[in-house]
Unconditional design. Structure first.
Length: 372
């Protein structure tokens, strides 16, 4: 199919929307891709300066999540578009990428409309584990925004924590499933509560997602997750493959397709009464509008307060989507840590974590034990 990129609908409306798309791609290039993926940084910057291509995107994709840069770039990679492995670099390569994408726009758009960005980073388990290990055992884990469910299996991986405090010699802790093909390394600041002394005992696992994936059993789901890994990040691609192999022998968690808020009460009610219910999520609330975030927070508190024996809520999100946190606003230790997430227990911030689980630093003044 050949698309006339200069005639995608009402000219005035499209021009305004195209400007918004261009701005979104420019922000993505500068704030997200810069320093992490040179290929995605350049490609999204070129798209932001391509008025006709932005007109195509704004005129044929609904506003909101379907116009995310990550989604378009992954869809082209998923379909084996040009430069899928390395990303197009230079004007000539961008021209080939652009021409192919426009020519195959029906297929690209179909993938975008069917799929969603699902950054199910299993290494985030390394930042969740110290909290999970300190809660009353055994645990019933319920993940909101579970995607492929890889974070519901923290006991299927191995871990190495490297504590690098200012005083004293560095400390290291290693634990986890000895037979696991995957080890996560996590740097910490040296606080005692950053080094888990045991593995959690998990007796029930469940998750909710608009489009739950099963990469251990569905090759096409694994292919989509691989397409979402940015070009050149071979380490992350290998980590994804190893995580899928680690969970392949395990029974599949209870997975529910649907809205986080609509499905949460019924699923939480299925958790066994003899276990501590832990509702958790990582980098999920940014996909909800502000009013729904507040509604979600109220619902989680209500469910846990009404459960015999209570339970706990672990959130691992950027602080900008956590308006209910009333403690002093957490700040990253260095200017280049602006993308760090805030790890919170029962609405109380306890640590800053790397977006891909590589670091964990307790916030000064945060209490060491569970907050309920």
């Amino acid at each position: 199919m050949v698309v006339n990129v200069g005639n995608t609908g009402n000219a005035g409306r499209a021009a305004g929307n195209a400007w918004g798309v261009a701005e979104r791609y420019g922000e993505f290039s500068w704030r997200e891709a810069r320093g992490r993926s040179a290929a995605h940084e350049e490609l999204s910057a070129r798209i932001s300066q391509d008025a006709e291509f932005c007109d195509l995107l704004s005129g044929s994709l609904p506003a909101g999540n379907k116009q995310q840069p990550d989604l378009l770039l992954a869809a082209v990679r998923y379909l084996d578009g040009p430069h899928a492995e390395t990303g197009p670099r230079g004007a000539a390569a961008y021209g080939r990428w652009r021409e192919w994408t426009i020519r195959h726009w029906d297929e690209v758009r179909a993938v975008i409309m069917q799929r969603a960005t699902q950054t199910n980073e299993p290494a985030r388990c390394a930042t969740l584990l110290p909290l999970l290990a300190r809660l009353p055992q055994p645990l019933a884990l319920l993940e909101a925004g579970a995607s492929a469910g890889l974070c519901l299996h923290p006991d299927r991986y191995r871990y190495r924590y490297e504590a690098r405090g200012e005083d004293g010699p560095p400390r290291r802790a290693e634990l986890g499933a000895p037979e696991s093909p995957l080890m996560f390394t996590c740097r910490t600041g040296g606080a005692a509560d950053e080094l888990p002394e045991r593995m959690p005992q998990i007796v029930w696992r469940a998750g909710i997602d608009l489009d739950p994936l099963d990469p251990a059993r569905e090759p096409d789901d694994l292919r989509w997750l691989q397409a979402l890994v940015w070009p050149g990040d071979g380490e992350r691609a290998a980590r994804l493959s190893a995580a899928v192999e680690a969970v392949r022998p395990a029974p599949r968690p209870r997975m529910v397709r649907g809205d986080l808020i609509d499905e949460l009460p019924a699923l939480a009610a299925e958790a066994p009464s003899g276990a501590t219910l832990v509702i958790f999520h990582s980098a999920v609330l940014g996909y909800l509008p502000p009013a729904r975030r507040e509604e979600f927070a109220r619902l989680v508190r209500s469910l846990l307060d009404g459960r015999p024996g209570g339970g706990h809520w672990i959130s691992n999100e950027h602080h900008s989507v956590l308006p209910w946190i009333t403690d002093s606003a957490p700040h990253a230790p260095r200017p280049d840590d602006a993308l760090h997430l805030t790890l919170a227990l029962d609405g109380r911030p306890v640590a800053l974590t790397g977006p891909h689980g590589r670091s964990l630093h307790s916030l000064s003044g945060a209490r060491g034990g569970p907050g309920r």
